[in-house]
Every structure is written in C-alpha cells, then in structure tokens.
Design a protein around this ligand. Sequence first.
Ligand code: SF4
Ligand code: SF4
Length: 78
Amino acid sequence: MPIAQKPDRGMVHTNPMECKGCGLCVEACPPHGLSLSPHLNRYGFHTAVYSGHGCTGCGICFFVCPEPGGIQVLRTAA
Ligand code: SF4
Ligand code: SF4
C-alpha cells in the first residue's frame, strides 16, 4: 500500500526583483526546498527559487532574508 503523503504546510514566493542572491535562505531551509537560479536576473543576481514542494511553513527563510520583500511565506490552514 503506498504511503500517503502529507500536504505541504507552507508555500513560498521569491521575488526576483528584490532578491540579491545572498543564499542565506538556501542554506537555512531545513527541507532544502530553495536553491539559487542558474540564470541572472536583470540586476545580475542569481536569485532564490523554490522547488515547489516540501515547504513546512516554518518561516526561517523569511527571517534570515536581509532584503525586504525578497521572500514571502504563506502558511496553509491547519
Ligand atoms: S518556510 Fe521553511 S520550509 Fe518553507 S521554504 Fe522557507 S525555510 Fe524552507
Ligand atoms: S535570503 Fe533573501 S536575498 Fe538572500 S537569496 Fe534568499 S530571498 Fe534572496
């Protein structure tokens, strides 16, 4: 019998216009759901991108991000 997967408890939106590609959120995310894009944004930064699954909604990426508006965490309803 397949193991039922729990739904993600959070969703993350990164903002390629505000992210400076410092990588702090990438290092801090416990389930390793973030990475830096191989592409440059218009300001020449490799910005953070979310894999699209596995977010727990912990908010750590939000709290470590030094750029206001760089990353947004939405928690799903319990
Ligand atoms: S909220 Fe937590 S689990 Fe979700 S992307 Fe940010 S650090 Fe990772
Ligand atoms: S911590 Fe903020 S500025 Fe740094 S890579 Fe992540 S979203 Fe971008």
